[in-house]
Design a protein around this ligand. Structure first.
Ligand code: SF4
Length: 304
């Protein structure tokens, strides 16, 4: 564990230092976010994050029993580690320098109020209510099939009502997905959300460099590869450069199917100008990067 910790620290330092020197030459602004379960958090890591203005992002699924059930680890203390890590990071870096993401499993469906309460207790300024995605662990554990679109929407609506009440009572607290969509619909501000772009943001709005040097069009593409599907693996750092990655046939094919303006059934949708496509999702659920759009809910819902 110690060896791994030292390797990880040195890898992160190398990445931060290389990105900073390259961005200085190119005149680019770089932001760093480390996604972590906070289990390896110590004063040295926090000092490095503070010195380099690095944000931390972790996972928090709700109250202790729910979080520990969703994220089992030896000792059954993943909740305690997450909460103490969030508090420690907030103290060291500032309350707005650490964020959390939640995953909705079947066990979460009746507990949206308690989940939101956990986020409020920790002084977090909002929550991103997210359904399970059809990739990686959710597929391996068969969690993805355990609830349908209707159950998810009920959960989401209850959560949104609770969040509106919290705001009406005077505490500013956001549901980040609604904020993204409303910003997209009601303003001309760019939202930078790769899943809601046309053409899709995979590869051109994000690239995922894996620890083994493989490069994927998105994190979802990497998760697909974990289950043996390399459809969105674009290349390898030893063999490719940025140009060959973004101009690879694989990426160009996927992106060319993702224009909502010309996709059957989307081009005539009243919300089309606010919408976007994620070919990785379509590929995972329908085996086709374009997909039959109105089937998404049926594929996801299974029983509807
Ligand atoms: S049908 Fe749904 S996903 Fe397709 S453009 Fe309209 S709102 Fe977006």
């Amino acid at each position: 564990m110690l060896k791994f910790q030292i390797f990880l620290a040195s890898l992160i330092k190398t990445i931060v230092s290389a990105a900073k020197s390259k961005s200085a030459v190119l005149g680019k602004k770089v932001d760093f976010v480390i996604a972590t379960n906070l289990a390896l958090l110590d004063d040295t890591a926090l000092g490095f994050c503070k010195a380099n203005e690095i944000l931390l992002s972790t996972s928090l699924d709700g109250p202790a029993d729910l979080h520990n059930k969703n994220r089992p680890r030896p000792g059954g203390n993943s909740y305690e580690l997450a909460v103490s890590g969030i508090r420690r990071a907030q103290e060291a870096l500032g309350p707005d320098r650490v964020g959390a993401l939640m995953t909705t499993t079947e066990a979460s469906l009746d507990r949206v109020d308690e989940i939101i309460e956990e986020y409020l207790k920790l002084g977090l300024d909002g929550i991103f209510l997210r359904p399970l995605s059809p990739f990686g662990f959710a597929i391996k554990t068969k969690q993805y099939q355990r609830y349908d679109a209707r159950s998810w929407l009920e959960f989401y609506k209850r959560g949104l009502r609770r969040i509106l009440d919290i705001n009406h009572q005077g505490t500013p607290f956001r549901e980040f997905y609604s904020s993204l969509i409303l910003t997209r619909m009601l303003t001309d501000k760019p939202i930078g959300y790769v899943d809601l772009r046309s053409p899709a943001g995979v590869g051109i709005g994000a690239l995922l460099y894996n620890y083994d040097g493989s490069v994927f069009a998105s994190d979802e593409g990497r998760m697909l590869a974990e289950t043996g599907d390399n459809a969105f693996r674009l290349g390898h750092v030893d063999e490719d450069n940025y140009r060959s990655l973004v101009l690879s046939d694989r990426l160009v094919d996927a992106i060319s199917t993702s224009l909502t303006q010309c996709a059957p059934e989307w081009s005539t949708c009243v919300f089309e100008s606010h919408c976007g496509a994620n070919p990785v999702h379509h590929h995972a659920t329908q085996g086709d990067a374009l997909g039959i759009k109105h089937s998404l809910i049926f594929v996801r819902g299974r029983r509807e």
